[in-house]
Write a protein that binds this ligand. Structure first.
Ligand code: NAD
Length: 384
């Protein structure tokens, strides 16, 4: 792989990017003052040799490591409570969040909650609720993504499902931003094609919705359009040949770019996808990809000119809204994304409930066309 794809970034946090840079984890822990890191991951990632290797390297460097590997996909409040118990019992002084978005979010939330006295739900991303937190009680976090999709590694929030209400909640605090991120594309080579596809489409959805969200944020829009170009040029290849480190590197960049871009806002793709994920435990990125064309059609009148401009940047023949929609449908086909919600285990029993949940999801406000339960239901029916 070209050495030109190695760099140090400081936007929005310090990112050590490049193949092999996981070897810098021990010194990174020391640099941010972590002596007893708790590795937080999921059972699948915990069983991979690369996880054992990263922990062994830290142990050999004199760090005292612990492991909490009980994070489930779409983590729930109980996962955070269990991880907090391990963190406190082990006397840890920081978290290495190691894995996909589920592990990264859980790790960030455990570090955040380690010094709080109020329940986690008091810190939902509503108004200034984050100011309720004791900022000094947030432990340092190093994030090591092993998927390329959520961009949680560069984000200031964690997503967690409240088991009682069966709703996905976004917990936010500016200090939940990891101190250092190690983006090593080599860690993603073992991702199976279907997870590569779903997570990659998550990155694309973040960029697309950020680009379409109303409001003035040219930096986010610039990042979003280049993120989408990277997905277009690299996701099919990353799915075809998971060992292609160049494609993996560009997808890892696109994932981080999506999360940086969506400071501007998200929209109906996420508003619909969140209740579906909360009730049916579907993969987040895959759900976004299934819903995407239906939301594009729904928003057409408000975004047509913008999408035509985007399709020019993406190099589509005859740039237009229709060319972009065809491209999205084609990309989905190429990487094996199913067409409809009914193909991913969702039934039509809870449409009314999900429509209500979608309309009040915090991401709904970023959609360029207002979403009430009526429109959300129409979208669900179309995507079903
Ligand atoms: P994930 O973390 O749930 O992982 C999916 C699967 O991939 C798991 O089975 C895991 O074991 C496996 N896996 C991970 N890395 C692997 C590797 N290198 N090799 C082989 N298998 C590997 O999936 P995700 O899409 O990364 O994260 C989804 C979660 O992130 C959801 O809970 C979603 O709500 C959340 N999310 C958060 C944000 C945010 O800004 N914080 C944004 C989007 C999504």
């Amino acid at each position: 792989m070209s050495p030109a794809l190695t760099a140090n970034w400081s936007f929005p946090t310090a990112v050590r990017f490049g193949v092999g840079r996981i070897t810098e984890l021990p010194e990174t822990c020391r640099a941010v003052g972590i002596r007893q890191p708790l590795f937080v991951t999921d059972p699948g990632v915990a069983g991979l040799p690369m996880t054992a290797a990263a922990m062994e390297a830290c142990q050999s460097a004199g760090l005292s490591c612990g492991l909490f590997a009980e994070v489930q996909p779409n983590p729930v409040g109980g996962n955070i409570d269990a991880g907090l118990g391990v963190y406190r019992d082990g006397g840890h002084d920081g978290v290495v969040a190691f894995g996909g978005g589920s592990a990264l979010d859980a790790g960030k939330l455990i570090a955040f909650m380690s010094g709080q006295t109020r329940p986690i739900w008091d810190f939902e991303d509503i108004g200034d609720w984050w100011t309720r937190a004791d900022a000094d009680g947030i432990a340092p976090i190093i994030a090591v993504p092993t998927t390329a999709g959520t961009g949680s590694e560069v984000g200031r929030a964690g997503v967690v499902t409240n088991e009682e209400t069966q709703t996905k909640k976004v917990i936010f605090h500016p200090k939940m931003l990891p101190s250092v991120v190690i983006c090593d594309p080599g860690l993603t080579v073992g991702l199976p094609p279907h997870i590569t596809a779903g997570t990659g489409m998550d990155a694309f959805a973040h960029c697309l919705e950020a680009y379409c969200a109303p409001g003035y944020h040219p930096m986010s829009e610039g990042i979003a359009v280049e993120g989408m170009r990277l997905v277009k040029e690299n996701l099919p290849q990353a799915c075809r040949d998971g060992r292609d480190l160049e494609a993996r590197a560009h997808m890892m960049s696109a994932a981080a770019m999506g999360a940086v871009a969506f400071q501007k806002g998200l929209g109906a793709i996420h508003a619909v996808s969140h209740p579906v994920g909360a009730l049916y435990d579907t993969h987040h990125g895959l759900t976004n990809a299934v819903v995407m064309p239906f939301v594009l059609r729904f928003n057409r009148a408000a975004i047509e000119a913008k999408i035509a401009r985007l399709s020019g940047w993406l190099g589509l023949a005859s740039p237009s809204f229709d060319a972009f929609l065809d491209f999205v449908l084609d990309l989905r086909r190429t990487i094996g994304i199913p067409n409809a919600l009914s193909d991913i285990g969702v039934d039509d029993k809870c449409f009314d409930l999900m429509a209500e949940m979608a309309a009040v999801d915090p991401t709904a406000g970023g959609n360029p066309v207002p979403i009430t339960p009526k429109e959300a239901r129409q979208l669900l029916e179309a995507a079903y």
